[in-house]
Design a protein around this ligand. Structure first.
Ligand SMILES: [Zn+2]
Ligand SMILES: [Zn+2]
Length: 131
């Protein structure tokens, strides 16, 4: 019975994500779901969002993850290890063509763009049992 309830909750959370097109935060989803089910806890919503993302039923878009600071001030790209969180510079030049293209196509005044490559670092690759 518990299993059935949890899949029903997950379905409700999935529908709440699908009902919006503004890349909602977990908190926004929680507020929406609470309107339909006042008993659901924040932990349940967060946990199910994680499961839905892991199942690739929804996409986790990290627009602003935890703030990190870099002594290097020129615009450059980073790689982020999804296993240990290690963040490092990648040897790729900043491409201002993307900024110009987005400005031209959308009228959005672009200041800069950020690019983060996500994957496994060399250390985590050694322990990786999946491939
Ligand atoms: Zn790693
Ligand atoms: Zn850097």
């Amino acid at each position: 019975m518990k299993r059935l309830r949890s899949s029903k909750q997950r379905q409700m959370i999935l529908e709440a994500v699908k009902a919006r097109h503004d890349h909602p935060t977990a908190d926004q989803i929680y507020i929406d779901v609470r309107k339909k089910n006042t008993k659901i806890s924040k932990g349940t919503v967060y946990r199910n969002l994680g499961i839905l993302a892991a199942n690739e039923e929804i996409l986790n878009v990290k627009v602003s993850a935890a703030d990190r600071y870099d002594s290097r001030c020129d615009y450059h790209y980073h790689a982020y290890c999804i296993s240990c969180g290690k963040t490092f510079d990648v040897p790729l030049n900043y491409n201002p063509q993307y900024d110009n293209l987005v400005e031209k196509e959308t009228g959005f005044k672009v200041k800069r763009h950020r690019l983060i490559f996500e994957g496994l670092c060399c250390d985590c690759m050694k322990d990786n049992k999946y491939d």
